[in-house]
Design a protein around this ligand. Structure first.
Ligand code: PLP
Length: 448
């Protein structure tokens, strides 16, 4: 049953009585009431609306609100929610068996498709896993096994999943909640994790110079998407490529968010820089839990059972996930929605900036392909320290005002917003009307 078959819809997305009851029940048995901390509304105030269904660019709350969705399940919903072709592929796969833990033909087809589409996988290999976290932790273990080195470099405000070694200066929910390093991570797990400011090539050069022959890999989001949205400055990715080549380190692009979003072949296609390894997730599962890591053949051949680096997964290459992923890739390849997505997103970001300016609200916007973000500050945002300079109280107010007007944004300043192919004129128009009111409210709240 879709929400449109029920009682009249409204556009006030704030948690109503039913969502509040559901949240109270959830909190009794699930820590914080959420199965991932980014879903909590801790940093924006209020309680999360519970979601009942979703279709196209809209999600429907348990309180009967229809909201324009810019979270898109945190990225996967590039095709919008409930695309029939994808749902049918999953249903068809389910009827043949939910999981076998054994080889299936579709896994190979999926891997072949990935190796055609993603530049760094061409002529290489890819291994399927069940989440982005698994992809990054496995890629790093492999890079360490391949190079025989221990140290890794990541960017401040970069988020690569929740593996111990990566919870250092981490973005996304860790940044939102002010715990960029986590309790429970032993010091020994992070001694080999070096951090550098994003977009600062010299800092990376200094890290290499200070640790000669010891750096196994750089892992980087080629467009940072977990401190808001922060594009690479000109020459940054090229410079990382050169440094890794010069020092024999593995360059890993974490394209869990950017893969199939900023271009079909990801940021590496868009910016023309090919890493040694790539991590994928989110969109490749089309809404199902799928991740992947892959790259150059001589590196990938070090994974068990071919090589000595161990990595495994009971549900890896799961038939439902593969079916959803294959159907998604098929549609993206066939329809090439990227030029239209770029246009829609650019126009939206421009129009939002105009509304902000009209009300005298300082907003610094970044956009790459179908991902964007508005920081509540002036000037440019090029790294995590710039991002942290935004007025999160203003963002919180803006978020609440948008939600009350029918627009569902990620409940944090340090997350990107995602546009889908189904965000049409009506959805955008509603977004802009809401933004006009929300910016007015921000402008009116003195002090904020
Ligand atoms: C979401 C994300 C991850 C983690 O993926 P999960 O599926 O949540 O484990 C890793 N890296 C990046 C860049 C992400 O955006």
């Amino acid at each position: 049953m879709t929400a449109s078959e029920q009682a009249p819809l409204h556009h006030d997305g704030r948690a109503g009585e039913r969502s509040r009851d559901l949240f109270a029940a959830a909190r009794a048995v699930i820590p914080g009431g959420v199965n991932s901390p980014v879903r909590a509304f801790a940093s924006v105030g209020g309680e999360p609306p519970f979601i009942k269904s979703a279709r196209g660019p809209y999600i429907y709350t348990e309180d009967g609100a229809e909201l324009v969705d810019y979270v898109g399940s945190w990225g996967p919903a590039l095709l919008g929610h409930g695309r029939e072709e994808v749902v049918e592929a999953v249903v068809r796969a389910a009827r043949s068996g939910l999981s076998f833990g054994a080889c299936t033909a579709a896994e190979t087809v999926f891997a072949e498709r990935l190796c055609e589409i993603v530049p760094s996988l061409r002529g290489g290999m890819v291994r399927l896993v069940s989440s982005g976290t698994e992809a990054t932790m496995s890629a790093l273990r492999l890079a360490r096994g391949y190079t025989g080195r221990s140290k890794i470099i990541k960017a401040e405000g970069g988020y690569h999943g929740h593996a111990d070694m990566l919870l250092v200066a981490a973005g996304s929910g860790a940044a939102t909640l002010g715990i960029p390093g986590s309790a429970g991570v032993p010091a020994a797990a992070v001694v080999d994790t070096l951090t550098v400011p994003y977009n600062d090539l010299e800092a990376v050069g200094r890290s290499f110079a200070a640790n000669p022959g010891e750096i196994a890999a750089i892992i980087i989001e080629p467009v940072a998407g977990n401190m808001g949205c922060v594009p690479p400055v000109a020459g940054y990715l090229e410079g990382l490529r050169e440094l890794c080549t010069a020092h024999g380190a593995v360059l890993i692009f974490d394209e869990v968010m950017t893969g199939f979003r900023v271009a079909l072949g990801g940021a590496q296609e868009r910016f023309g820089v090919t890493p040694d390894m790539t991590c994928l997730g989110k969109i490749i599962g089309g809404g199902m839990p799928v991740g992947a890591y892959g790259g150059r053949r001589e590196i990938m051949e070090k994974i068990a059972p071919l090589g000595p680096v161990y990595q495994a997964g009971t549900l890896s290459g799961n038939p439902l996930g593969v079916a959803a992923g294959l159907a998604t890739l098929e549609i993206l390849t066939r329809e090439n929605p990227y030029p239209a997505l770029e246009k829609t997103t650019q126009a939206l970001v421009c129009a939002l900036a105009e509304r902000a300016a009209k009300h005298g609200v300082e907003l610094s916007s970044n956009q790459v392909g179908a991902m964007f973000c508005g920081f509540f500050r002036g000037g440019q945002v090029r790294d995590y320290s710039d991002a942290k300079g935004s007025d999160t109280a203003r963002f919180g107010l803006f978020h609440r005002e948008m939600l009350a007007r029918g627009v569902y944004l990620a409940p944090s300043q340090f997350e990107a917003a995602f546009v889908s192919v189904t965000h049409d004129g009506a959805a955008i128009e509603r977004t802009l009307e809401a933004a006009d009111g929300a910016f007015a409210a921000v402008a009116a709240s003195k002090g904020a």
